[in-house]
Write a protein that binds this ligand. Structure first.
Ligand code: PLZ
Length: 447
């Protein structure tokens, strides 16, 4: 902890403008040295971080409401993660699990098998990124079912590799110019209630009818290997499916021998006030894909699924040099221990209450906020031209920029680029969260 900034308190503190002079200089080198294809949410260079505070090289302390896109739920440089990583890096750094196995890979899989929904026998596979985990889930589902078609949804996001670009909905910036894309991927309607044209009262059933009609008539259910869905869509704009939709999809999958895959890369690990978001409606997926929050910031991802599905692949059909690297596994054990011991599921619900009520208050005051949605510590506001549902990208950019200038980092999202999303570390203090929300209020007042 001394290595971090925990000697300072968790508080927002600005000593220069954002960006300060040192960041401005350093960002010139960024432009010179790094690919222009990379984005940047906030123009500062980070020196240290702890829990929900980022310290930049100019000495500014910024409140982190993004957790590095939903990764540092347990806090940045969380103590149990740091301790276990140091111990592991001194013990050994790499063998490759498929060359010479080690215990902490096995322990992470045991934990995942136990903590994911369903009492059936489960097995896991570890890889490096969310996209790689999604790719492996698709590989395994195809191998198991001996079918090829994959059904995905409007507004979905599953990654940036070739297959996962095909699975992802939004063209710009993710797919533009990067084709051709992988075949046998079929996109079906998503019940996005805020923009749904039909009756809200019957949205869930109407959407299920549309999806199953498309599958039955255009693909053939017997050709579908997997239905893949984020239980709350992340990059798409925190779109929460209406009640009943996920259970109905799971049932349709079961009835038709289709592997039901939940992509919990963004929703996983206590984020939504459940360990996994599918638990809200008691849905038990055949496979569950995790990444981000699994290891407190180290690169790790996993596929956890029914033993008979996961074991259907021939030996050496799955793998990779770094998948389940021992240092990342050590971090995951530290992160999982933190989730349990600090009861981060309950903490996410508590954050959800503060966040939800504050955002709803703001929505009453500022008609530019069209909708507040999400669950637990995963909530967002969709910005519109007042009185309409037309996207207001300009307002989104202005709000984000204002927050940054005051030392609050918020992320954006949305198919229509008009969503401000909140993914705070689950260990953020109430005071820090309330301070950040008061800045957000000022941001809307300044519009
Ligand atoms: N599935 C649901 O949210 C990653 C993307 C950031 P990787 N989302 C953040 C960016 O702009 O690249 C994500 C996700 C869901 C899969 C992924 C992919 O996870 O670890 O980024 O590969």
């Amino acid at each position: 902890r001394q290595m971090c900034i925990r000697d300072r308190t968790q508080e927002r503190r600005l000593v220069t403008a954002i960006p300060g002079p040192k960041s401005t200089e350093a960002l010139k080198r960024r432009t010179e040295a790094t690919s222009g294809g990379l984005g940047m949410a906030i123009p500062v260079v980070i020196e240290r971080a702890s829990d929900a505070i980022l310290l930049d090289i100019d000495g500014n302390q910024i409140i982190d409401l993004g957790s590095g896109i939903g990764v540092t739920g347990v806090g940045n440089s969380a103590q149990r993660v740091v301790d276990r990583v140091i111990e592991q890096v001194q013990a050994f750094t790499h063998t490759c699990f498929t060359v010479a196995p080690y215990m902490n890979y096995i322990e992470v899989c045991e934990k995942l098998n136990a903590m994911t929904p369903g009492s059936h026998k489960k097995k896991s596979l570890l890889v490096n990124s969310g996209a790689e985990a999604v790719e492996n889930a698709v590989k395994i589902a195809r191998h198991y079912t001996k079918r090829q078609a994959i059904v995905v949804f409007e507004h979905s996001y599953h990654g940036r590799t070739n297959l996962t670009m095909a699975l992802t909905a939004k063209n710009m910036p993710y797919k533009e110019g990067f084709g051709p894309f992988a075949p046998e991927v079929y996109r079906v309607p998503m019940p996005y209630s805020f923009h749904w044209v039909g009756d809200q009262a019957t949205i869930s059933q109407d959407a299920i009818d549309m999806v199953t009609h498309k599958i039955d008539k255009e693909i053939g259910a017997h050709n579908v290997a997997a239905i893949l869905i984020e239980p709350i869509q992340g990059e798409g704009g925190f779109i929460v499916p209406p009640k009943g939709f996920l259970p109905a999809l799971a049932k349709y999958s079961k009835d038709n021998g289709i592997v039901f895959i939940a992509d919990e890369v963004q929703t996983g690990f206590a984020r939504t006030g459940h360990m996994f978001a599918v638990e809200e409606e008691g849905v038990v997926p055949d496979m569950l894909v995790t990444a981000k929050g699994i290891a407190g910031g180290l690169p790790l991802a996993a596929v956890t699924g029914r033993a008979e599905v996961m074991d259907s692949v021939h030996a050496s059909g799955l793998g990779g040099t770094y998948g389940g690297n021992p240092i990342a596994c050590a971090a995951a054990l530290g992160a999982m221990e933190t989730m349990e011991e600090e009861n981060l599921v309950a903490r996410a619900r508590h954050i959800g209450e503060i966040l939800g009520s504050s955002l709803r208050e703001l929505a009453k005051k500022y008609p530019v906020i069209g909708e507040v949605r999400g669950r637990g510590a995963m909530q967002a506001i969709e910005l519109v031209e007042p009185g309409t549902k037309n996207p207001n990208t300009a307002a989104m950019s202005a709000v984000v920029k204002y927050c940054q200038s005051q030392g609050v980092l918020v992320l954006t999202a949305g198919t229509y680029s008009n969503v401000v999303r909140f993914l705070p570390p689950l260990v953020i203090t109430d005071e820090l969260l309330k301070d950040a929300l008061s800045v957000l209020d000022d941001a809307f007042a300044s519009l």
